[in-house]
Design a protein around this ligand. Structure first.
Ligand code: NAG
Ligand code: NAG
Length: 251
């Protein structure tokens, strides 16, 4: 199978030309195997931090952050509203959001903010591109005064850049983050059955927890920076060339 057959182009990503410094040059070493336990994953003792942003579709939002160096895990969900236990078809006043667990030794809240501002249009009222509605509004969720301060400063600088158009992004204390239904997790990756097969048809729980899967989800959406897209594509082609028993599961 040629890569072109599995590689469905989606939306382009201009934002990363500006934040490419956040990506490791050569740190990527994906080893696919038929057992997730052999895939390098987060160590249990890592002191992770959590950030939550709303910036349009949570399918895209997960994919935007999943490839960043230092991001360990991404989860699509609902936040910012008052309705208890929101669901996709009835999310009430919540916004589609992404929760990002990250290693603060490798990336910090300011750098995540930079990706947030660069990778969506904070001036669009209640929507992003064709996704229009309250659920697509732009929000930086904060946890504590220091994050609120950083968010406010970055919003101000964004407003300065935007000149006359108003930055609509809200900054608010995170209440409850409700993870979305499984079918919305790693949505971009799930649109590519071949890639799912390549990582060994992981159970849903592993799909949601694995750092490698978060990265592949970005790859599937073509939201990794070019260089990393190419690295991953090369590795996948390598695996295919070496005759990884892709089809055996199928038969
Ligand atoms: C902020 O989030 C961390 C987890 O990342 C949590 O341990 C801490 O209690 C939170 N602090 C506040 C002020 O909410
Ligand atoms: C985040 O990391 C960058 C790069 O290492 C650094 O310049 C910046 O001061 C850090 N910001 C905070 C708030 O720690």
């Amino acid at each position: 199978m040629k890569l072109s057959e599995i590689h469905v182009p989606t939306y382009g990503v201009l934002c990363f030309s500006m934040v490419s410094i956040l990506f490791a040059d050569t740190a990527l070493s994906i080893r696919f195997s038929d057992r997730i336990s052999q895939i390098p994953n987060d160590s249990p003792n890592q002191p992770l931090k959590t950030a939550v942003f709303a910036l349009g579709s949570f399918w895209r939002a997960e994919a935007l952050f999943g490839c960043l160096d230092g991001v360990v895990r991404t989860t699509a969900g609902y936040a910012g509203g008052s309705k208890p236990n929101p669901e996709y078809r009835s999310l009430g006043d919540h916004a589609e959001s992404v929760q990002i667990e990250y290693d603060p030794r490798l990336i910090n809240f300011s750098q995540l903010l930079e990706v947030f501002w660069t990778c969506h249009d904070s001036r669009q009222v209640f929507g992003q591109g064709p996704d229009v509605g309250n659920q697509y509004r732009s929000i930086v969720f904060t946890n504590g005064t220091e994050e609120s301060r950083l968010a406010a400063v970055s919003k101000e600088s964004e407003q300065t850049k935007s000149k006359s158009s108003i930055v609509t992004t809200q900054i608010r204390q995170l209440g409850i983050f409700y993870p979305a239904e499984p079918e919305h997790q790693k949505f971009e990756l799930k649109r590519h059955p071949f890639l799912l097969q390549l990582i060994g048809r992981l159970p849903e729980e592993e799909l949601e927890r694995s750092s490698l899967v978060a990265k592949l989800n970005s790859y599937a959406a073509e939201l990794c920076p070019n260089k990393i897209q190419e690295q991953i594509a090369t590795q996948i082609n390598d695996i295919i060339r070496k005759g990884w028993p892709l089809i055996l599961n199928e038969l």
